[in-house]
Write a protein that binds this ligand. Sequence first.
Ligand SMILES: [Mg+2]
Length: 255
Amino acid sequence: MPYILDIDGVICRGSKPIVEGIKAVKLLIDRGEKFVFVSNNSTRSRRMLLERFRSFGLDVSEDKIVVATYATSIYLKKRYGKLKIFTTGEKGLIDELKLAGHEIVDYDDAECLVVASNRNLDYNLMTKALRCCMKADIYVATNPDKIFPGWDGPIPGTGMIIGALYWMTSRMPDAIVGKPSEIIMNEALSKLKCKNAVVVGDQIDVDVVAGKKIGCKTALVLTGVTTRDNLKKMIEKYGKPDYIADNLFQLVKNL
Ligand SMILES: [Mg+2]
């Protein structure tokens, strides 16, 4: 059975690899199984993630990575063609948008606003985003994440900008590409060239919900956000995954 694998909390925590996660991916490669990575990361391009994977000792090809920066670029191209885009995002997103053929312009020339995290967000950038949001025909966000687990505590996600724009303009994005949206999941299935897969992640409300939406089996691993302590509460609220494992290696070894 092919796998759709989350990255953060499954094979790494930020730039730190999770040993069992890496071991599991190597096992999948050895067995010749199909898999693709799906991540809501909105600041990194596929190339940046490949570099990180290489630092973990994993050599995978670009077509195995469906990250929100790439999925958003492709979604816009398929749905609207090449666009003039203003984005709040960082270089990783800008690179993917350009690779898909879009043109990056200032806010007053844009037909489309793409909202994504930016770790240098300031008043000037928010002002441009506000003006673009009030005027652009198309408004999409790379991912819906409100908060991320940083190494020393929670940090704001793309939701910070979506929320601020909504508070100012009452406008929500026309589409939010990242999990649990079907947009990014369908892109993953089309990369796998199949209709079914096991969707693996560390968050029930994100990964498991996304997997159920596209009718796939789902698996939760306890190496990230969800732990034995908050597991029961999350299942009650969002539903039960088909499989629960301590880590990715435990899961793929037994499947
Ligand atoms: Mg995760």
